[in-house]
Design a protein around this ligand. Structure first.
Ligand code: SAM
Length: 268
């Protein structure tokens, strides 16, 4: 990898960056007071940027480095791991394999961890679970691995659906037990979330304002007494969610904290 080291920062060299691009740089990066300009071939550079130094550096595999930093994540009875760390799941824990990729939900965010932990504290045997904002599918898949009869994951981002389906396959969840659909609760209901479809458990890792907006839908899609698990809530915004749950007559409201994040449970 050929890197031209130019003393300075993007701020101090702002006027010179175009010269590097025009000379054929394929990428620019600033590290510790040095601009690193990546080139395929060494070239003559104009005077304003000629005070740097060409260096041949070992290629870095960023993806491999990132992957090496990932560790198993314990969330209650479940341990979330990337595919290459399944051997590190402690005996007795339920392994949940998530391929780190484009969708949110590798288990490394406190909200995902708290939601999986809350699911693992329920007896899900034979139950139907609705996961709103499924991302990588992590919560719907966790639910089926914990014994749920079926889980539906919905997400407004169409890119998440094939990712969630692939993660379900990696975990050996039969196709019919975890279903992923593009959409949301509310006006543009997909077929599976028709107004009369109710679930035994509803989990949603979104954000406080959206929980406030969707609270009525949560009530409509949960069977009476069914557990509700909400996270993605910044502690400062808890009152918004608590008020919404009171408005929709949810009972037994509890709050758990992890740093700046909160998870709320309640019953329909
Ligand atoms: N469930 C995963 C987890 O717990 O790690 C992912 C949660 S991620 C914070 C939120 C997901 O919700 C994103 O994939 C986003 O596309 C989706 N989302 C945002 N607004 C939504 C809405 N109104 N209805 C359904 N999904 C939504």
């Amino acid at each position: 990898m050929l890197v031209y080291h130019l003393p300075g920062t993007f701020d101090t060299r702002d006027a010179h960056l175009d010269l590097l691009w025009s000379a054929g740089a394929t990428g620019l990066e600033e590290r510790a007071g040095v601009i690193r300009a990546y080139f395929d071939d060494q070239t003559d550079l104009p005077a304003p940027v000629a005070d740097g130094e060409w260096r041949q550096e070992a290629d870095q595999d960023w993806l491999a480095e990132f992957k090496a930093t990932l560790r198993p994540v314990t969330a209650g009875r479940v341990t979330i791991v990337p595919p290459w760390l399944t051997h590190e799941v402690p005996a007795g824990q339920v392994p949940l394999i998530i391929e780190p990729g484009m969708a949110f939900g590798t288990g490394h965010h406190a909200t995902t961890r708290m939601a999986v932990e809350a699911l693992s504290q329920l007896d899900l045997s034979g139950l139907g679970v609705l996961d709103v904002g499924t991302g990588s599918g992590v919560l719907a898949i966790a639910a089926t691995l914990l014994g749920a009869e079926h889980a539906l994951g919905v997400d407004i981002d169409p890119q998440t659906i094939p990712i969630a389906q692939e993660n379900a396959e990696i975990n050996g969840v039969p196709a019919g037990r975890a279903v992923f659909v593009e959409g949301t609760l509310g006006s543009d209901l997909p077929e599976h979330t028709a107004p009369d479809a109710t679930y035994d458990v509803l989990v949603a890792n979104l954000y406080a304002e959206l929980h406030d907006l969707l609270a009525g839908e949560y009530a409509a899609h949960l069977r009476p007494g069914g557990p509700l698990i909400l996270t993605g809530i910044l502690t400062g915004k808890l009152p918004l969610v608590q008020d919404a749950l009171a408005r929709e007559a949810f009972a037994d409201v509890t709050v758990r904290h992890n740093g700046e994040w909160a998870l709320v449970t309640a019953r329909a």
